[in-house]
Write a protein that binds this ligand. Structure first.
Ligand SMILES: [Zn+2]
Ligand SMILES: [Zn+2]
Length: 288
């Protein structure tokens, strides 16, 4: 489908940030007069707070995942992380009140890892994972518009969302960013890999190399969206192979959506089998 002129200009606006701020602002204002920028998700004019090509309302309406999260898979945890410690020497009973937390040198140590019940029972194949937001509302629509509507300019705000929500907690020793590959015929039909577009910007902003060839699909798989959880695991088993370059590296896998984690786990298994030292996972959205 051919993009309408307003959308093409939305993409042009995204490139204008290479100009000095004043010049870029004046050009965006002039373009807006000629071709009002319309949000590819809701169709409204982009307006204040916009993150081109997303309008301000859709950007603000993305249901972001906030900490505390499971240290293994990034699932948001709703229960308090730590209970107050019992007073030294006491049994915690008697006065009926909540025991007061007593400060100690141990408080200065990093808190111990916390895991969701699923990871407590069985850790995922990757070492750590984070997602920026829930796969709902405007984010779901934006990812559909990117993947199935060919609105590539959306990769920019979605990668920014990922870094704004998850960038601060990233391990310092990550070596390279690797997008989850699409099947070759699917990428050819679509013309691009949405995970690749997002990973490209993530890598650039983190100052890390983007390594598209470190992970490949070695056999065709049925679309995961049509399968139940157990079928998804079977469907992708052995579907990926990692290049020997991953040996000894801390690899950061990037994908658009985490549903059951079957695909990302299989990618992590392939990287580990090829000798990766650690594998982390970042996804823009997560199904909850
Ligand atoms: Zn919108
Ligand atoms: Zn977990």
């Amino acid at each position: 489908m051919r993009a309408v002129p307003a959308l093409e200009h939305a993409a042009s606006r995204a490139r204008l940030t290479a100009l000095p701020p004043l010049a870029a602002g004046a050009l965006v204002a002039a373009l807006d007069l000629l071709f009002p920028a319309l949000c590819p998700v809701c169709g409204a004019p982009c307006g204040p707070g916009r993150r081109d090509p997303l309008c301000g309302a859709c950007w603000a309406g993305i249901p972001r995942i906030e900490p505390p999260c499971c240290d293994a898979c990034g699932l948001p945890l709703w229960r308090p992380l730590r209970v107050a410690a019992a007073p030294p020497g006491g049994d915690g009973a008697g006065d009926g009140g909540a025991p007061e937390r007593v400060s100690s040198p141990a408080d200065e140590c990093p808190p111990p890892p916390v895991f969701c019940p699923r990871c407590e029972a069985r850790r995922p194949a990757y070492d750590w994972g984070r997602a920026a937001a829930r796969y709902e509302g405007p984010l779901r629509e934006a990812l559909h518009a990117l993947k199935f509507g060919g609105r590539r300019a959306l990769a920019r705000p979605l990668a920014d969302l990922l870094l704004e929500q998850c960038g601060a907690g990233l391990p310092a020793d990550v070596t390279a960013v690797v997008p989850v590959p699409l099947a070759r015929d699917r990428e050819r039909a679509r013309g691009f890999n949405q995970a690749g577009l997002i990973a490209e910007r993530v890598a650039r902003r983190l100052g890390l190399p983007l390594e598209r060839r470190w992970l490949a699909r070695v056999r065709a798989t049925a679309p995961q969206s049509e399968l139940a959880a157990e079928e998804r695991r079977t469907n992708v088993r052995g579907a990926f192979r990692a290049a020997p370059d991953v040996r000894g590296r801390h690899v950061l896998l990037v994908d658009d959506v985490l549903t059951t984690g079957a695909t990302l786990s299989e990618c992590a298994r392939a990287a580990a089998a090829a000798g990766a030292a650690r594998v982390g996972v970042l996804t823009v959205a997560r199904v909850l």
